[in-house]
Design a protein around this ligand. Structure first.
Ligand code: ZN
Ligand code: ZN
Length: 721
């Protein structure tokens, strides 16, 4: 007797093998069982996807190949997990096989059956798990005192925290926890998890953060608080910075239920957790929750869906929620579906920083650091406090230019300039990586008069060093008075050498650095406790960006950056956030001045509503890449024309297909990129249309005239247009 199994395997994005494949098996394996199956000459990991069929005597059944083996001793992936995968595949227009298999740890795919069996066996031995550290806290070591004041386990929660915790315990959510930076959101997460694990001996909690390397504090606090009280594998991590072995171990611990808490980045949303009862999405507004390649899912949105599937509570937390979540958490009477919880106050006596706008119209032309800002930085140095200055452009200068012939340091392969890095005298393309020595003379006319235009973090660091050359540090416990001011720079360049970033961060924490210069990277996540001044040097460019989400991102970045200042009670009274701008009366800066996120959100949502932009409409993009812009756009326009065949589809009249246009970064590494926007006031109508259109897109792709197309993809709910 034999059975027919339908099995998902990893298939290329848009291949004809998108569905489950049929195999023969002597056992009626349950859906969710992991198996190895032959495909062509290869042997692949697969997941049984549907109930097994008893094979009848139809002759075609005879042709099925048998599965090559079963991963013994491993429980099948449960129904909720499979439904999550089905939903994500459907919603984001990818194949189930791709979503399911890429959600599993790579080692599971690569190891042989015997190797996996050995791993599983070693896991069943007590304490064996400690061989491969399951929790690999990257970044700052724990002793840096990252526990903000008043939030130790033994300390009574604030009134706001108590109220929020009781709402969380008695309501069903999903919740949007809107709390000021420093209001103690982490403590609310910790206590919610603690409460859950104490109540239910099996329950598991999933806690997600945007980028683990930039937010080591949350991780540190969870490991500090829970340690090994729920077993040696009670807390595990899941992020791409772990070794394959660590990832497999963590995954197995979550899958077997041994791990009670999983801390991870967006990929963790697909962790197999049979007893999942709570999902926390910290900094829910952060764009890194959206996967930017393959299946372009939003881990935050999937968290809400998964919560419903599992009957788990979902907490989305932020000091500057995404406008989508803010809109969804409007009062129920107005159609809101999330429950909004408020924690407006900072814990302890910490005050939000005083926001100062410097009107650059009144500063000398070409000034980089305005005189009042420089004075404020000097005052900080004299008091032994730290300042953080950020500029969203790394390198020395964004472009090198010849003054006689107007030559500019364009990248030959991308529609971008190569950035001048003075430190190693190179011109580097930040898109394709092309790096050359800086030419001595203009490559076009030979003139020696070539000069950098504009400013990056490298130059800002140099400039500050000149401005502060005469300033001396006061005496400290570590050093005598009279030493030179120390400036450190943190950006993607300083992150290049392994361990370099951690060393620099440690120096900042230890107080060895007076002024920290960097890109927005430094504004995120870190608790720099002695920083009492944060300054945004030139944020104006964003105000007039063509990307409708740019103001939202800037506001959140500035709020977050301001939140870095004055975390220490002793310092908070005098902590300041400086913004140098030519538009001090811009509503964004006015709202920032009063830390008024709700006012900012209201103003932005009004604009979006008038313009029919998300969250008042749903969007999807089709992107195409080809050697020529014409070929990329031809494919999109043909795809657009094919949509006419779907005119009878319900809701078709509510779909708007815009013409194909070049992407804002039109060319990267000699590949031309184009995109086409699809919009609808109805999410359901858009989903129905995309599903039906997918086969037409595939058929269009297969036409001989589109042979030149390199790749295409659909991006549902795109973050950047
Ligand atoms: Zn020239
Ligand atoms: Zn390039």
């Amino acid at each position: 007797m034999s059975y027919t199994l339908s099995v998902l395997v990893q298939t290329p994005a848009h291949s004809a093998l998108a569905g489950a494949l049929s195999y023969e098996s002597e056992l009626a394996l349950a859906p969710g069982t992991l198996v190895r199956v032959p495909l062509g000459k290869r042997d692949l990991l697969g997941v049984v996807w549907q109930d097994a069929d008893l094979t009848g005597h139809e002759p075609e059944a005879m042709a099925l190949r048998p599965i090559s083996g079963v991963l013994e001793g491993m429980a099948p992936l449960n129904r909720q997990w499979r439904e999550l995968v089905n939903f994500a595949a459907r919603y984001y227009q990818r194949s189930c096989g791709e979503v399911a298999l890429s959600a599993l740890p790579p080692q599971l795919r690569d190891l042989t059956l015997a190797q996996v069996a050995r791993k599983l066996q070693s896991k069943s031995r007590p304490l064996a798990a400690t061989k491969e550290p399951l929790v690999a806290p990257p970044g700052a070591p724990l002793e840096q005192g990252s526990e903000p004041i008043g939030t130790d386990a033994g300390v009574t929660p604030s009134d706001e925290q108590t109220l929020v915790l009781s709402e969380l315990a008695t309501q069903s959510g999903p919740f949007l926890l809107y709390g000021a930076t420093g209001s103690g959101k982490t403590e609310v997460y910790l206590r919610s998890v603690q409460q859950l694990l104490a109540q239910d001996p099996n329950a598991q909690a999933l806690v997600m953060v945007p980028e683990i390397n930039l937010t080591p504090q949350l991780l540190a606090r969870f490991t500090q608080r829970f340690g090994t009280q729920h077993g040696p594998a009670g807390v595990v991590c899941m992020h791409s910075g772990m070794t394959p072995a660590q990832r497999l171990n963590g995954w197995l611990m979550a899958h077997t239920g041994a791990a009670r808490i999983v801390l991870g980045t967006r990929m963790a949303i697909f962790a197999s957790m049979p007893h999942l009862k709570l999902i926390v999405v910290d900094e829910e507004h952060d764009p890194s929750y959206k996967q930017q390649e393959g299946s372009r899912y939003s881990a935050r949105d999937l968290a809400v869906y998964r919560g419903r599937l599992e009957g788990a509570r979902v907490i989305l937390g932020s000091a500057t929620p995404s406008l989508e979540s803010w809109h969804l958490s409007r009062p129920g009477a107005q159609g809101g579906r999330y429950q909004r919880l408020l924690m407006p106050s900072r814990i302890g006596e910490g005050q939000l920083p005083w926001v100062r706008r410097v009107d650059m119209n009144h500063q000398p032309k070409g000034a980089v650091i305005s005189a009042p800002l420089l004075e404020a930085i000097k005052t900080r140095i004299a008091r032994g406090e730290q300042s953080m200055v950020f500029l969203n452009r790394r390198g020395y200068a964004p472009v090198l230019q010849c003054h006689s012939c107007d030559w500019k340091s364009e990248c030959p392969h991308c529609s971008a300039f190569r950035v001048f890095h003075k430190i190693d005298r190179t011109l580097r393309c930040h898109h394709c990586g092309l790096t050359d020595r800086v030419p001595r003379a203009c490559p076009a006319c030979g003139d020696l008069d070539i000069a950098p235009i504009g400013r990056g973090t490298e130059q800002l660091e140099e400039h500050l060093a000149q401005l502060l050359a005469e300033v001396r540090r006061p005496a400290t416990a570590l050093a005598q008075a009279g030493t030179a001011v120390r400036i450190a720079r943190i950006d993607a360049d300083s992150n290049r050498k392994k361990g370099h970033l951690q060393t620099q961060l440690a120096q900042v924490h230890a107080g060895e650095v007076d002024v920290l210069v960097g890109t927005q990277m430094i504004a995120k996540g870190h608790d720099f406790r002695r920083i009492t001044l944060v300054a945004a040097i030139n944020p104006d460019g964003v105000l007039f960006s063509s990307d409708f989400r740019a103001p939202e991102r800037l506001f959140s970045l500035l709020m977050q950056a301001g939140g870095r200042a004055g975390r220490e009670r002793d310092f908070s009274e005098r902590s300041e956030m400086w913004v140098q701008t030519f538009y001090p009366q811009h509503p964004l800066f006015v709202a920032l001045k009063s830390h008024d996120y709700p006012a900012f959100a209201q103003q932005q949502l009004k604009q979006r509503e008038q313009a029919n932009l998300p969250p008042f409409s749903s969007q999807a993009l089709v992107r195409a890449e080809a050697r020529s812009q014409q070929a990329a756009q031809d494919f999109l326009m043909a795809a657009r024309a094919s949509a006419a065949q779907l005119a009878d589809l319900p809701g078709f009249d509510r779909i708007t297909l815009y013409p194909a246009v070049p992407m804002s970064m039109q060319r990267i590494a000699n590949v031309e990129r184009a995109q086409m926007l699809i919009e609808s006031p109805s999410r359901t109508a858009l989903q129905r249309f995309l599903s039906a259109w997918h086969t037409l897109l595939q058929a269009t792709r297969a036409l001989p005239e589109h042979k030149g197309l390199i790749r295409w993809a659909v991006d549902v709910d795109p973050l950047a247009i």
